[in-house]
Design a protein around this ligand. Structure first.
Ligand code: THU
Length: 130
């Protein structure tokens, strides 16, 4: 299945009664398998989770830890941009060269690499004691 089809499909099941902004995310892992997730909001607003987090959780639950490409979709005027927290979550499992496609239901699309989305990402190397 393509990332676009997977993200569009899962987006329809997003639980977003508070923002009414449904998001779908799909990631391809090293095996070639596609994992999808949608945003899941909560009446205690900060407890809601983003679509990207759901897709990453599905990938890790399936035993994979390397993202080779990612796509995020929403019904928005501009290609939906992963939030700062999701950029860090994606970076945990992605090389800087991994392409992230941001798109809309009407087809407005922008592609950026992980390194472009999160320059200077906090990484393991920052924790090494010199
Ligand atoms: N949201 C995502 O799921 N992913 C993004 O990349 C941007 C924002 C969700 C969080 C919240 O449920 C809704 O969109 C509005 O912020």
């Amino acid at each position: 299945m393509s990332l676009l089809d997977a993200a569009k499909d899962v987006r329809e099941r997003a639980y977003a009664p508070y923002s009414n902004f449904k998001v779908g995310a799909a990631i391809r892992a090293a095996s070639g398998a596609v994992y999808a997730g949608c945003n899941v909001e909560n009446v205690a607003y900060p407890e809601g989770t983003c679509a990207e987090a759901g897709a990453i959780a599905a990938m890790v639950a399936a035993g994979e830890t390397e993202i080779t490409e990612a796509l995020v979709i929403a019904d928005s005027p501009l290609p939906v941009s992963p939030c700062g927290g999701c950029r860090q979550k994606l970076a945990e499992f992605s090389k800087g060269s991994v392409p992230v496609t941001m798109t809309t239901l009407s087809g407005a699309t922008k592609v950026m690499t992980m390194a472009e989305l999160l320059p200077g990402a906090f990484a393991q190397a920052h924790m090494e004691i010199g």
